[in-house]
Design a protein around this ligand. Structure first.
Ligand SMILES: Nc1ncnc2c1ncn2[C@@H]1O[C@H](COP(=O)(O)OP(=O)(O)OP(=O)(O)O)[C@@H](O)[C@H]1O
Ligand SMILES: [Mg+2]
Length: 305
């Protein structure tokens, strides 16, 4: 069963085509990631799906319902965690949940019961009467996700769910999202963290300038764009120029990142080691970050509006 379908979706802001003909399908229970540089169009797609922004062209479906025609029914099936969390800082944790419960159509009693459930699930029960403004950033983010669960949605949209969280809180959020996945909830998420995408997403769309450049499971994308092996070269001061020359001549994808040269093989072939004395080369398995470095080498970079 298809939970989300985008058919040639377009979003324009004046002359800008922020989303430029995007099509994808997400199956029920799947976690689908939108990845891409700032301004690629990720939030624009999510806002259209959530009914927060009109669709300029094409069609979006949620559980078979056309989003443009059935906005109420769609909203009842959807939980949304926006980039700016939209919590009311002066209300308590519990009040935020209950008020949101009314908005999604729960009675006062149902909202109270459901709030207890999600507070338990997110281990926020002992903070139920704290004002939101007193919470740490991580707790606040988890409350925003908890709130999206008030209506027991089939699909949850998460725009950068763990941005700004410490490592411990991020893993907590990941575990909570994994629980939802086990409950067959469909997740559409965006992230700039490659480890997050690799851990959570079943499939990923790589976006750039409002388009999907490629789509696949994380291992598929890695083998397609970064090959199986990658290496990091740490030059000493005098070898930097010589390494650069050899890498240029080899035709390998590489990028100088701080003190390192990060080299990907591309097209399945592991990069051949250059023969330079006195440098430290570390071979490792290629990962999603290498995919972006490889694509960046071919012109993917921050979108200019
Ligand atoms: N309300 C708006 N009015 C005008 N332009 C907008 C508006 N919202 C977004 N844009 C533009 O649309 C493009 C896509 O923006 P969007 O927020 O979808 O990107 P994103 O992929 O979510 O980026 P980020 O990773 O920074 O969150 C950008 O060029 C942005 O400036
Ligand atoms: Mg965004």
């Amino acid at each position: 069963m298809i939970a989300i379908e985008a058919r040639s979706v377009v979003k324009t802001f004046g002359a800008l085509r922020a989303v430029d003909g995007v099509s994808f399908k997400v199956e029920r229970g799947e976690t689908y990631g939108l990845l891409g540089p700032n301004g690629a169009g990720k939030t624009s797609i999510m806002r259209m799906l959530a009914g927060l922004s009109p669709i300029s062209g094409g069609e979006l479906f949620l559980s078979g319902l056309n989003v443009a025609e059935h906005s109420r029914a769609v909203r009842a099936r959807l939980g949304v965690v926006t980039q700016a969390d939209g919590l009311d800082g002066e209300l308590s944790v519990r009040q935020n949940l209950e008020v949101f419960g009314f908005l999604v159509g729960l009675s006062r009693r149902q909202a109270r019961i459901r709030a207890d459930e999600v507070l338990g699930f997110f281990r926020l029960g002992d903070r139920a009467s704290s004002e939101v403004d007193e919470l740490s950033g991580g707790m606040r983010r988890r409350l925003a996700i908890a709130r999206a669960l008030m209506g027991e949605p089939e699909v949850i949209i998460l725009d950068e769910p763990s941005t700004g969280l410490d490592p411990e809180s991020r893993i907590r959020v990941w575990e909570e999202l994994a629980e939802l996945k086990r409950a067959d909830v469909t997740l559409l998420m965006s992230t700039h963290y490659m480890d997050e995408a690799e851990t959570l997403c079943d499939r990923i769309a790589i976006m750039h300038s409002g388009r999907i450049l490629d789509e696949g499971t994380p291992p598929e994308l890695v083998s397609r764009h970064a090959g199986s092996a990658a290496m990091d070269i740490r030059p000493n001061g005098s070898s930097r120029e010589s390494i650069r020359r050899q890498l240029d001549a080899s035709g390998l994808n590489y990028r100088e990142v701080g003190a390192l040269f990060r080299v990907t093989g591309g097209h399945g072939a592991p990069p051949a080691l250059p023969t330079i004395d006195g440098i430290q080369v570390t071979e490792r398995a290629a990962n999603l970050e290498d995919v972006f470095l490889a694509l960046a080498g071919r012109g993917l970079q921050e979108d200019q509006a």
